[in-house]
Design a protein around this ligand. Sequence first.
Ligand SMILES: CC(C)(COP(=O)(O)OP(=O)(O)OC[C@H]1O[C@@H](n2cnc3c(N)ncnc32)[C@H](O)[C@@H]1OP(=O)(O)O)[C@@H](O)C(=O)NCCC(=O)NCCS
Length: 194
Amino acid sequence: MRPNEVEPILLQIPESLETNRLIIRAPQWDDGQLVNEAVKQSIDELRPWMPWAQQLPTLEESEVITRQGRVHFMKRSDLMLYLIHKRSGAFIGSSGLHRIDWAARKFEIGYWINTPYAGQGYITEAVEGITRFAIDSLQANRIEIRCDARNVRSARVAERLGFAKEGILRSEKPDVSGSLRDTVIYAKVRGHEF
Ligand SMILES: CC(C)(COP(=O)(O)OP(=O)(O)OC[C@H]1O[C@@H](n2cnc3c(N)ncnc32)[C@H](O)[C@@H]1OP(=O)(O)O)[C@@H](O)C(=O)NCCC(=O)NCCS
């Protein structure tokens, strides 16, 4: 075992957190329908950036993703989180803490919004809440946001919340069309941004 290494499955991790307008929670069995409807409504906005959103998913495919998300959450190998509107119960979008390194306490936040709810600050609110959750409940040392250098809307979320722009990895990986893309890395680091 490396220093600071833990058995992730033994970690106590709350299943949900709340922000002003949202309940942010782990996926549950049978969430597939909510997710499937949201992906269908958002496919035109997702397709340019999300490799998994090149074709409309079937209901069964969305259910598989949510059940896998639940299993990963239970194993603490990846913490997918769904954003649910407190008052209406509507599915607002998806986020989570990914590419986790428990020894370093490093996490990467990802997100997408259900298009009818775009432009109202929900993702900013969720990412702020999840960042706080990572710091307070998971003892995060480093929280990253990575995005395609051309993804201005995504970068704005990171900038609005005071993530530091650390750099650009040039030609880091293929974009959805197969051309190499530049990746911008934003981060909050213990002792610096919090
Ligand atoms: C990236 C993405 C999640 C951003 O969504 P968004 O709706 O712009 O983000 P928010 O929900 O935080 O809303 C912010 C917008 O609402 C406005 N807003 C309104 N009320 C607000 C409030 N109370 N608080 C903050 N912003 C508010 C902001 O001004 C901002 O608009 P602007 O960017 O035109 O200035 C969305 O474009 C998306 O899902 N894209 C496809 C998937 C993707 O690229 N994911 C990221 C991969 S790295």
